[in-house]
Design a protein around this ligand. Structure first.
Ligand SMILES: [Ca+2]
Length: 526
């Protein structure tokens, strides 16, 4: 019980929950369903697997070489994790009804609820989306990740940024050290988050292995979200500076990452969210999209990303020395992607692949090393998946689908159609739908002043390049000469049928997901 006494001293709150959880673990170790991938220990007790869920803030999958061979990010720990586990290619967030995309994204991770069924969405558009009375789940925080695992006898531990999150769900963790850490030092940046987990593992190590209850650790980082204040050695490696002077450009440096292939000096039409913070007020970028600013900012992003990689490395090493690595599921993801110069955008409020997709890695019992699958998953599927992997009952309020079958190599994907929304600026905003290689994005913003349709064949145009990417001055900057067919195909008569098919599919998904809005070319809501 030494561990538990120590833990109590360190716990932020919920002491009663901790004691209950610990007692459950000691008295009824098989509470909940039996784990599919569990071991029988010497005393005949079933040991359920641990979960280490790592969630970073604002990271595009395209930062990693296992998604984008052109990236210059060195991430040896995560590259090893990818080699020892599975890489999911098509992982997405469902979207946002607010400029702070983090908030609904993190609500979906914690609750498994779909976008328009989140408490804030139901409250915001009463009578337009899901039926509020039927959809309201009064005790939803009690059905979220930590609460569910508390009841199953797990020790639940969390560190993450403090804001733009699901506070009522975060409070369910037995041990919690939340603070926003985006500074350039160990005490003010990503190492601080790692330290919280290392402390927990240190305490855990004082209890004999056979007596340790399983853990669910949520290791969140506040970076690489801006302000991207990197540490000096990593900034130097990526040729970047923590640029703070609005009046000058950061210095050019050949070590800076190259511009991405989908870079544009400006988005071809207004994105529909005037004065959006991420597009105009990010320190170091502001409204600039010139080569020096963007390359410096990507350098800062990669410096922060590599620092996170090092911290994950420290945590995994300690997990190894605890002797528990083999019975731990490790999942790595981000709350959404980010543009940083791609398509002339800076923020996370768009539905291009670089931003709508998230990185998703998983390693653990039953997951083959070096495996890869499309997946077609959402962050909202994580709760069901983690429950499935550990044999913990999924709460009835969950709306996500487990992708444990994908992780175990039994299927390639869990759904055919993917839907995304951005509705944080002018309404109805942006919507997208993807099936197979085809993707449709529609924009209906600024009171009807912007009505745009984009159709992409991702098999031939994976970076969703536009005609603007073909302009000589852009090609000179990116070094990428697009193929003639790497354009928006929406106005090409050859694809009229495909366009109609994708539009019908989008409407179908909007109805199915209880989207409270309709676009200009869709039938009015009944
Ligand atoms: Ca975020």
């Amino acid at each position: 019980m030494v561990l538990f006494r120590r833990t109590l001293l360190h716990a932020d709150r919920s002491l009663a929950k901790l004691v209950l959880g610990s007692l459950l673990a000691l008295m009824a170790p098989s509470a909940g369903a039996c784990a599919a991938d569990s071991d029988d220990s010497e005393d005949g007790r079933t040991q359920r697997p641990n979960v280490l869920l790592i969630v970073v803030d604002d990271q595009s999958p395209l930062d990693f070489r296992f998604y984008n061979p052109r990236s210059v990010l060195e991430a040896p720990t995560l590259e090893r994790l990818a080699a020892e586990g599975m890489v999911i290619d098509a992982a997405h967030h469902l979207g946002s009804y607010a400029g702070a995309v983090c908030t609904p994204s993190r609500h979906m991770i914690m609750s498994g609820r779909s976008l328009w069924h989140l408490p804030n969405a139901v409250k915001k558009w009463p009578g337009r989306g899901p039926d509020a009375s039927a959809d309201a789940v009064a005790d939803l925080p009690e059905q979220t990740l930590a609460a569910v695992f508390n009841r199953a006898g797990y020790q639940t531990v969390r560190t993450c940024k403090a804001g733009n999150s699901y506070r009522a769900a975060n409070r369910q963790f037995q041990i919690r050290h939340d603070a926003t850490k985006r500074g350039p030092t160990d005490a003010t940046g990503s190492p601080w988050h790692a330290e919280q987990v290392l402390d927990y593992f240190h305490q855990r190590g004082k209890t004999p292995e056979a007596e340790r209850p399983p853990f669910l650790v949520y290791l969140g980082f506040s970076h690489p979200h801006d302000t991207r204040d990197g540490q000096p050695d990593l900034l130097a490696k990526y040729g970047a500076q923590n640029h703070t002077d609005r009046e000058t450009l950061p210095p050019a440096d050949p070590r800076q990452p190259p511009l991405p292939v989908d870079y544009l000096p400006a988005h071809p039409f207004p994105h529909g969210h005037p004065r959006l913070r991420d597009e105009v007020r990010v320190s170091g970028v502001w409204e600039r999209r010139d080569e020096r600013t963007i390359r410096n900012e990507i350098g800062r992003q990669l410096a922060c990303a590599e620092l996170i990689d090092r911290q994950v490395g420290r945590v995994l090493q300690r997990l190894d020395s605890l002797g528990e690595a083999d019975r731990t599921y490790i999942i790595y993801t981000s709350d959404h992607g980010i543009a940083i110069g791609r398509h002339g955008l800076q923020g996370k409020q768009n539905l291009y692949e670089h931003t709508w997709r998230v990185p998703m890695l998983a390693k653990g019992p039953g997951i083959s090393a070096g495996s890869r699958a499309k997946g077609n998953v959402y962050l909202a599927d994580l709760l069901a998946t983690i429950c499935d992997l550990t044999g913990v009952p999924t709460p009835e309020t969950n709306q996500g689908s487990s992708f444990a079958g994908v992780l175990r190599g039994r299927q390639q994907a869990i759904r055919d159609v993917l839907y995304g929304a951005y509705c944080g600026g002018t309404k109805p905003g942006m919507r997208c739908v993807k099936r197979g290689d085809w993707k449709l994005i529609q924009y209906d913003v600024l009171d009807g002043k912007v009505r745009q349709t984009q159709l992409f064949d991702l098999s031939r145009n994976p970076n969703e390049l536009l005609i603007q990417h073909h302009v000589d001055s852009v090609v000179a900057l990116t070094g990428n000469k697009p193929e003639p067919n790497q354009v928006n195909l929406a106005d090409d008569p050859q694809y009229a049928r495909k366009l109609a098919e994708m539009k019908a599919l989008l409407l179908e998904e909007m109805k199915r997901r209880k989207d409270p809005f309709r676009l200009w070319d869709q039938p009015v809501r009944p």
